[in-house]
Unconditional design. Structure first.
Length: 170
């Protein structure tokens, strides 16, 4: 009869080593890649933001629900995603269709992100790209066009009056 003692010890040692490697890898993942969910705590997010640590927060601004996520840091740049989760129901269907579910990716220099939070700083648009930024600019252009169109009538009327007045001087 053959003794099975040394084989059992080797098998247990093998599985123990595999378990230790798995535990170390899981710990490394939790420390390096896990995103801290700050829920609605902006102070928690800000503490992570100044060091560009992976985290996320949801913020309500003017009845709109935004999500801010710090994705990663690469060299002196912090990668942040800003998303509109839900548009204020009182804003109308046009705004809801234009903004809800849209996001933009931002690459913000660390020295900039240390000064002012992305939540309260609208100047981050210079560092962002994506559908949310495009939708915002489209809305701005529509509003400017509307203001110009509203004011163009009276301006043209005054211009017409001025032209007619000069014709009467001849």
């Amino acid at each position: 009869m053959v003794s099975k003692g040394p084989i059992k010890t080797k098998t247990i040692s093998f599985f123990l080593i595999i378990f230790i490697i798995f535990a170390v890898a899981l710990s490394f993942y939790a420390i390096t890649y896990k995103t801290q969910d700050c829920k609605k705590d902006q102070d928690c997010f800000r503490q992570n933001e100044v060091v560009c640590k992976r985290s996320t927060v949801q913020v309500i601004k003017e009845g709109n629900l935004f999500s801010y996520t710090i994705d990663k840091q690469k060299q002196n740049t912090c990668f942040v995603t800003v998303s509109v989760v839900e548009v204020n129901p009182n804003s109308g269907q046009e705004l809801k269709a234009a903004f809800e579910g849209k996001s933009m990716s931002c690459q913000i220099p660390l020295d900039q992100i240390k000064k002012v939070s992305v939540i309260s700083n609208n100047d981050i648009f210079d560092f962002c790209t994506g559908p949310l930024k495009e939708a915002t600019y489209e809305l701005i252009i529509k509003k400017l066009y509307s203001v110009i169109a509203q004011n163009l009538g009276p301006i043209l009327s005054k211009a017409d009056q001025a032209i007619n007045a000069t014709k009467n001087l001849k």
